[in-house]
Every structure is written in structure tokens, then in C-alpha cells.
Design a protein around this ligand. Structure first.
Ligand SMILES: Nc1ncnc2c1ncn2[C@@H]1O[C@H](COP(=O)(O)OP(=O)(O)OP(=O)(O)O)[C@@H](O)[C@H]1O
Ligand SMILES: [Mg+2]
Length: 253
């Protein structure tokens, strides 16, 4: 069998050419990195969990009419997605102060923000993904004004959806990051949610105890990252196939 063509290997995922033009296969690795890859480890099972969780969130978004790149899951570690031109921005939505925002503004972590705050960082590892304003984005042509309106609306819809899904299982959505891609349908271009949505890219705190159930467990050495992600998956009813009960055979007429 011919080997697949690798398009890109990042810190958390590998991209392969998909079976149809305009599709790619995302392979979720077990590698964990933090602080712009200064801290690294291999966390067994993380890729499997993130593949399932990203499938769960992207499928839900597709169902409520928020377009995403997700087409279907292929196996434990891979999903088929629509290829897009990634807009070079990390779009961050914050509901509570945490991480760099808390540090930058001298706000206590956990403070509820008066309203969701959307931030943009320029995607460039060498520069450490610096915070930018809409002025930079417009001046350097990374996205048009129409794109920015669409990105804001997508980000807030993702926030409402994820906040609700998490709230229902006793988890507070503190903040998250998404990437947005451009796709072309004939002469029309539109923007879709791409990359991944997983505990690697969200801050998730237990509502009752405040326990962290996201990548901060790794960043801050707070215990087992796999346990934290498994707990999120368990609460959402998203479990790796191997642990789901085998259903009885059904009679086919
Ligand atoms: N649908 C898509 N089409 C094309 N590229 C995509 C799509 N979804 C995600 N990507 C890109 O695939 C890569 C995924 O790999 P990974 O998340 O490991 O990258 P990374 O190490 O975080 O680096 P980067 O700084 O490039 O995001 C990212 O560069 C992401 O922007
Ligand atoms: Mg990434």
C-alpha cells in the first residue's frame, strides 16, 4: 500500500493528504507542549481523547449551524476534515480571567468578566503568538473587515454553545482558543471553525470544586492530564470505543 503524503507536522497533530481533493486527515498525537514548546512530554492516550472530544464539539457545532471543518472520524486517532486556508490568528474567547490575561492586567484568576472578551493573537511560534489588535489585522491584510465580523460572530456562537454544553455537566468554560479557516464554494468564500476544540485549547474548571480539567494540569504540574481529559470525556458521554459496552446483535429484516 502506498504511503500517505504528510503535509505538515505540528506540536499536537500531523496532517496528511485526504482521500478526496480538498480534504485532509488530522492525526492526533500524544505529545503535549506548553509555554511555546519549552515544556514537552508524551501523555499516553491524550491524542485519542482529543480526537473524540474535538469530534464531539465540532459535530455539535455543525448541528446547530456553526460551520466547521469536521467531516468524520476515521479511527481512534484520526479524523477527516475539510482543507482550508488557516487565517493566521488564534481567536481567544474569555468568560473568566485566567492565564496571560490575568497576568497582563493584574486581575485575579477566576474573576468573572463583565462580558465575553475576544482577543486575537498572531499565529507565529517564533514570536510566541503575540496579542494583536484589529488595526494590525486590517493593516497587514490578515483578514478583511467582513472576515472580522464573521470571525467575531463565529467565536461568540462557539462560546455560547461550549459554555452551555459544559455547564450541563458541571464544568465552567473559563476561556478557549479556536482557529478559523477560509474555504471556497465556487466563487464564494466563507469562514469555518478549523483545527481542534479540546481540553488542550480550553480552560475547564469543575463548577463545584474549581478543579482544573484542561492543559493547565500539564502546564502547572497539577497531576494526571489523562485523568483530567478522561473526566471531561466521561461527563460528556464521550468515551473511547474500547470502553463502550458492546451492543447486542440486531435482527435485520
Ligand atoms: N482544516 C484545516 N486545513 C488546513 N490546515 C489546518 C486545518 N485545521 C488545522 N490546520 C492546521 O494544522 C496544524 C495542526 O497542527 P498542530 O495543532 O500540531 O500545530 P501547532 O504545532 O499548534 O502549530 P501551528 O502554530 O501551526 O498551529 C496547525 O498549523 C493548524 O493551523
Ligand atoms: Mg495547534
Amino acid at each position: 500500500m502506498a504511503r500517505r503524503t504528510k503535509i505538515y507536522e505540528g506540536k499536537a497533530k500531523i496532517l496528511y493528504e485526504g482521500p478526496e481533493p480538498g480534504t485532509i486527515v488530522q492525526y492526533f498525537k500524544d505529545d503535549a507542549t506548553a509555554f511555546n514548546a519549552q515544556k514537552k512530554d508524551v501523555i499516553e492516550g491524550k491524542g485519542v481523547l482529543n480526537n473524540r472530544l474535538s469530534e464531539f464539539f465540532m459535530t455539535g457545532l455543525n448541528q446547530i449551524g456553526v460551520p466547521t471543518h469536521f467531516i468524520k472520524r476515521l479511527n481512534m486517532r484520526e479524523q477527516l476534515v475539510r482543507q482550508c486556508e488557516i487565517i493566521p490568528l488564534e481567536v481567544i474567547v474569555r468568560n473568566f480571567a485566567a492565564g496571560t490575561m490575568a497576568k497582563r492586567l493584574g486581575i485575579e484568576e477566576g474573576l468573572q468578566l463583565p462580558r465575553p472578551i475576544v482577543e486575537y493573537c498572531y499565529k507565529d511560534d517564533k514570536l510566541g503568538d503575540p496579542l494583536v489588535t484589529e488595526e494590525h489585522i486590517a493593516a497587514f491584510g490578515w483578514a478583511s473587515q467582513q472576515d472580522m465580523d464573521d470571525i467575531l460572530s463565529l467565536a461568540l456562537r462557539v462560546n455560547d454553545f461550549l459554555s452551555g454544553v459544559m455547564m450541563a455537566v458541571g464544568i465552567k468554560l473559563v476561556d478557549f482558543k479556536i482557529e478559523i479557516g477560509r474555504v471556497y464554494d465556487g466563487d464564494f468564500q466563507r469562514l469555518i471553525v478549523a483545527d481542534e476544540i479540546s481540553p488542550d485549547s480550553c480552560r475547564l474548571w469543575d463548577i463545584e470544586t474549581g478543579q482544573k480539567l484542561d492543559k493547565d494540569v500539564f502546564r502547572r504540574d497539577l497531576g494526571s492530564l489523562t485523568d483530567a481529559y478522561t473526566e471531561v470525556a466521561r461527563r460528556l458521554g464521550v468515551m473511547p470505543k474500547s470502553s463502550t459496552p458492546i451492543s447486542k446483535p440486531k435482527l435485520i429484516n
